[in-house]
Design a protein around this ligand. Structure first.
Ligand code: FAD
Ligand code: SF4
Length: 500
């Protein structure tokens, strides 16, 4: 396969060998050379000063003209490398080309055929490391695939709010399948199986579906109006969704089997938080980031007292970690009443921070204070056990460790304290074992994840499948969607085999 440089040169010269299948003049009358001259369009946003006072969407979305102009940049490559970068294998040039044809309904249909959650993914996918990285224009400036996906999906969801679409009713012709967990993996497997004629029930522990999309990612990144509209398109297909059911406690594997379910999909995510094990960590005012975000986002403590659930947050908040969860926690904290300082404490440098660059950039713009090369070593508390400060030590980067990243090592005699009254631990999550314990015979790795066959997503227990974070640890939404699609195919093949 030609490399990106060659592809780009070919696209620039208009060589037919380049693989470009689009006619030289597209529906907008432009040639490929014209397209190459159009610059990538920026995303309009609330100003940092405004948005830090509210929970409304930070990004404002493309308007019609900007979306059309961005769509004109796509070369509609014959060998679309962007699709290789998308775990859900969306027909990316297809949905973009439909924008140029002014047919948003068709564009949305193309998105939905591959991805149950395009509006969500347009907003939260790390496109820069996926489809936009493999876009033939990546070296110069890739097509803004995520922004276009967000534009098309949100435009159509708005449209369907006024004129509800015809509901996709597929008659039930096949067996009952139980899906455990209503995160992106569970929702995807449910949608794909329903389309194949299965009788699907999702069992969800929380009172609302969505998984991390609802309890973890804050509304200023993923407005709940959009999330709910997208989840409703799935539930509206006739999938049964039963909330407040903890598989492994209120419902066991034996119960499910007794109810004549013929296959089970485990999509229970990785919601079990990790702590550092440092002295004083059980002080009052120390939270796992997951609990804090769940209170603020899912229980809507950000809107207290209009909502029922409060959350305690002081004036000086430290968040330990530098992944997406840490950025969300630090940015949520800035928006909570009474907070004066929101710190990120991270033992490596900005270059190693696992959060999306966009999230780091937004956090910096909004005034999060970054303490890089800093390792917490003790939580200082008063005589009533309330946290008063975080004791830290400075770090420097040493030799690379097994992950290939340079290992942070403490610099002797550099201890210092950061005054703080709320501490959020965002140093990683593992799968919660409650659900797995209910299914005897599952293979579990030393990281607590479930082992699966990567093609079919079947576990070591015949008829039990798994996907998303429960199989790989904390990952991405689109990875969970990709697993859900594979698992739906795996379940269908397994049950078809039993039917003979
Ligand atoms: P989850 O989304 O975790 O869903 C699992 C569901 O199973 C939950 O609803 C849970 O309540 C339910 N469940 C668990 N146990 C049981 C049980 N015993 N019985 C019944 N139900 C159960 N990814 C991105 O791509 N972009 C981002 O910007 C991004 N930001 C993130 C921010 C935060 C704060 C976090 C925590 C994660 C973020 N991620 C992001 C990661 C992404 O959200 C996850 O990889 C993805 O949601 C995994 O999907 P899932 O379906 O496997 O699990
Ligand atoms: Fe080619 Fe990029 Fe368009 Fe994909 S998005 S078809 S790689 S130009």
């Amino acid at each position: 396969m030609a490399d990106d440089k060659e592809n780009l040169q070919e696209a620039e010269t208009g060589d037919e060998e380049s693989g470009a299948k689009q006619p030289v003049v597209g529906p907008d009358g432009l040639t490929r050379k014209d397209r190459m001259k159009i610059k990538r369009h920026g995303m309009p946003e609330q100003t940092p000063e405004d948005r830090v006072r509210n929970f409304s969407s930070v990004v404002l979305g493309y308007d019609d003209e900007t979306a059309y102009a961005e769509a004109q940049r796509c070369l509609n490559c014959k060998i679309p490398r962007c699709i290789d970068g998308c775990p859900a294998e969306i027909d990316i040039p297809g949905f973009i080309y439909a924008v140029l044809e002014n047919d948003l309904e068709k564009s949305y249909r193309i998105l939905k055929a591959a991805n149950a959650l395009p509006a969500v993914c347009g907003r939260v996918c790390p496109q820069e490391a996926q489809c936009e990285l493999t876009c033939v224009l990546a070296k110069k400036s890739p097509v803004a695939i995520g922004r276009l996906e967000q534009y098309v999906a949100e435009k159509m969801l708005d449209h369907y709010e006024k004129e509800p679409p015809e509901i996709e009713h597929v008659p039930i012709t096949k067996e009952k399948v139980a899906v455990i967990g209503a995160g992106p993996a569970g929702v995807t497997v449910a949608m794909d199986l329903k389309r194949m004629g299965y009788d699907v029930t999702i069992f969800e522990a929380l009172h609302k579906p969505g998984g991390v999309l609802n309890y973890g990612i804050p509304p200023f990144r993923l407005p709940r109006r959009i999330l709910n509209a997208e989840l409703n398109t799935v539930a509206g297909m006739g999938i049964h969704v039963r909330c407040n059911i903890v598989f492994g406690k209120t419902l066991t594997y034996d119960d499910v089997m007794a109810q004549d379910f013929k296959a089970v999909f485990l999509g229970t995510g990785a919601g079990l938080p990790s702590f550092m094990g440092i002295p004083g960590e059980n002080s009052n005012g120390v939270y796992s980031a997951n609990e804090y975000l769940t209170r603020v986002n899912l229980m809507e403590a950000w809107d207290f007292p209009n909502a029922d659930t409060p959350v305690f947050v002081g004036k000086h908040v430290c968040t330990v970690g530098a992944g997406n969860t840490a950025m969300d926690s630090a940015r949520v904290s800035l928006r909570m009443p009474g907070v004066e300082n929101s710190y990120i404490v991270y033992r490596r440098t900005k270059d190693e921070a696992p959060a999306r660059r966009e999230e780091l950039h937004h956090a910096e713009e909004e005034g999060v204070i970054f303490k890089f090369l800093t390792q917490p070593i003790e939580v200082i508390h008063d005589d009533k056990n309330w946290i008063t400060a975080l004791k830290c030590i400075r770090m420097e980067l040493g030799e690379p460790d097994e992950s290939g990243r340079r290992r942070p090592v403490p610099v002797p005699d550099t201890e210092f304290t950061i005054p703080c009254d709320t501490l959020l631990m965002a140093i990683g999550q593992r799968p919660n074992p409650i659900a797995m314990r209910s299914i005897p015979g599952l293979g579990i790795t030393r990281w607590g994840t479930v082992t699966v066959d990567e093609e079919t997503m079947m576990t070591e227990v015949p008829g039990v499948f798994a996907g998303g974070d429960v199989t790989v640890g904390a990952s991405t939404v689109i990875m969970a969607v990709g697993h859900g699609k594979k698992a739906a195919r795996g379940i269908d093949a397994y049950l078809s085999g039993l039917r003979g």
